[in-house]
Design a protein around this ligand. Structure first.
Ligand code: PMP
Length: 404
C-alpha cells in the first residue's frame, strides 16, 4: 500500500494545512494566476512610463466598467470604506442633510461618515431581505430635502440588490446627489453610472473585479465635482480630498505622472491585469456568467431546504446569504471550512450566529459553486442534519445545464 489509511479527520486536517481551501467569502475573492503574477514584478517608480500607461489605461477601463463616461475615476491605496468616506465626505458640510437607504449593515457606514462630518442624516431601512419601497423614498425626499442620497447597490450582509434607476430618478427630481456603494456589485452586476444618474460611484479592488484587496475606487461625476468646488467651508479631509486627487488622475490620463501621495504601484499592476480580464471576457458575458452561477448556487441552497435571505426579485448575483437550519450556529461555517471551502458567517444583527454568506463573484465559475455546495452538503450531514447528499448539487447542475 502506497499510502497509509488515515481517518477522515486526519485527511481534512492535512488538507487544511496544505492550504487547499477554496476562498468563497463575499470578498476578498480568489484571484486568477495571471492577476497574481502581475503583482510579482519589480516595483516601478510612480513616474515610470510603464506605470503611467497602467494607470491611464486602468482609469479609462474603470470608466467603462462603471459605464460613466462623464465621470473621473480615482484610484487610491485603501479599501471600500475609504472609497465610501471620500465619496460622501467631499460632498457634505456641517448641517447638510443625507438620506441613507439601508438594505443591510453597510448603509450604517454612511451614517457614521455623515455624523463625523457634522451632517444630519435620515435613514430609510428596508425589512430584512427586502427591497426599498420607492414611495417611502419619495416621501422622505420630499419631507427631508437632503443634499445627498446614498444607496448600497448590493448589501453584503443581506444579499439584497437594489434597483437603482427608480430611486436615483426620485433623487434627481428632488435635487439630491446620488452616491452609490458598488463595493459588492461592480464587475458582477449590471451598472450604468451615467444613465442611472449616479453622481459618485464607488467600489474596491477585492470583490467582483477580481483583484487583491488594497485599492479604493471612486468615480466622480460633474455635478458632484461642482459641489466639491463650491464648498462654503474648507474640507477638513487631507488625504481624502478629491480636489487633490482629481488633477492627479487627470494628469495620468493625459499621459503625464501626477503626485499627491505615492501610488500603490504593485496593487495598480494587479488591478490592470484584473481589468484586462474583465474586458477580455466582455462585460455582458461576465454579467451573464455571474447570473448563471448565482442562479445555480441559489437553486442548490434551496434544494437543501435552506432559506435564501434576499427576496427572489432582489437576490444578488455576486453573493448568497443563507439562513442556517434551526439549531445550527456558526459551527456550520467551521464545518464547511473543514471540508475545504472558506465561507463567511452572517454579519447582519438579525442573522448573527444563524446564517452564512457565500461569495460567487470575480474569478468564479460552475466548478467553484459546485465545490462549495458539495462542502456545505457534507458539513450539514456531519452536523447531523437530515440532508440528502447530492440534492443541492443536482439542483445546481440542472440550473447550470438549463441556461448554459
Ligand atoms: N460596502 C459594502 C457593500 C461592502 O460589502 C463592504 C465590504 N464588505 C464595504 C462597503 C467596506 O469595504 P472594505 O471592507 O473594503 O473597507
Amino acid at each position: 500500500m502506497l499510502i497509509q489509511r488515515e481517518s477522515s479527520d486526519q485527511v481534512r486536517t492535512a488538507a487544511a494545512r496544505a492550504d487547499r481551501t477554496l476562498l468563497m467569502i463575499p470578498g476578498p475573492t480568489a484571484i486568477t494566476a495571471e492577476v497574481l503574477a502581475a503583482g510579482a514584478r519589480p516595483v516601478l517608480s510612480h513616474s515610470d512610463p510603464r506605470l503611467r500607461a497602467i494607470v491611464a489605461e486602468s482609469l479609462a477601463r474603470l470608466r467603462l466598467l462603471f459605464d460613466a463616461p462623464s465621470s473621473q475615476p480615482v484610484v487610491l491605496g485603501g479599501s471600500g470604506t475609504l472609497a465610501m468616506e471620500i465619496a460622501l465626505a467631499n460632498l457634505i458640510e456641517p448641517g447638510d442633510r443625507v438620506l441613507i437607504l439601508e438594505t443591510g449593515v453597510f448603509g450604517g457606514r454612511f451614517r457614521a461618515i455623515a455624523e463625523r462630518n457634522g451632517a444630519e442624516y435620515r435613514v430609510v431601512t428596508a425589512p430584512l431581505g427586502q427591497v426599498i419601497d420607492p414611495e417611502t423614498v419619495r416621501r422622505a425626499l420630499g419631507e427631508y430635502r437632503p443634499k445627498v442620497m446614498t444607496i448600497t447597490h448590493v448589501d453584503t450582509s443581506t444579499g439584497v440588490r437594489v434597483d437603482i434607476p427608480p430611486l436615483s430618478a426620485l433623487a434627481r427630481e428632488h435635487d439630491a446627489l446620488v452616491v452609490v456603494d458598488g463595493v459588492c456589485s461592480i464587475g458582477g452586476e449590471e451598472f450604468h453610472g451615467d444613465a442611472w444618474g449616479v453622481d459618485v460611484g464607488l467600489t474596491a479592488s477585492q470583490k467582483a473585479i477580481g483583484a487583491p484587496p488594497g485599492l479604493a475606487i471612486v468615480t466622480v461625476g460633474p455635478r458632484a465635482r461642482a459641489v466639491r468646488e463650491a464648498r462654503r467651508r474648507p474640507f477638513s479631509g487631507y488625504f481624502t480630498d478629491l480636489k487633490q486627487w482629481l488633477p492627479v488622475m487627470e494628469s495620468y490620463e493625459g499621459g503625464a505622472p501626477g503626485y499627491f501621495g505615492t501610488p500603490a504601484v504593485t496593487m495598480l499592476a494587479t488591478l490592470a491585469a484584473a481589468l484586462d480580464e474583465v474586458l477580455s471576457e466582455g462585460l455582458p458575458g461576465r454579467l451573464t456568467r455571474h447570473e448563471w452561477i448565482a442562479r445555480a448556487f441559489k437553486a442548490g441552497v434551496a434544494a437543501l431546504g435552506l432559506e435564501n435571505v434576499a427576496a427572489p426579485e432582489a437576490n444578488a448575483n455576486t453573493l448568497t446569504v443563507v439562513r442556517n437550519p434551526a439549531g445550527v450556529g456558526d459551527e456550520l461555517v467551521e464545518a464547511v471550512r473543514d471540508e475545504g471551502v472558506t465561507i463567511a458567517r452572517a454579519i447582519h444583527p438579525d442573522l448573527r450566529g444563524e446564517g452564512f454568506r457565500v461569495g460567487h463573484m470575480g474569478a468564479c465559475g460552475p466548478s467553484e459553486i459546485l465545490t462549495a455546495l458539495g462542502a456545505i452538503e457534507r458539513a450539514l450531514v456531519r452536523l447531523g442534519q437530515p440532508v440528502e447528499l447530492g440534492a443541492g448539487l443536482a439542483a445546481a447542475q440542472r440550473a447550470l445545464v438549463a441556461v448554459a
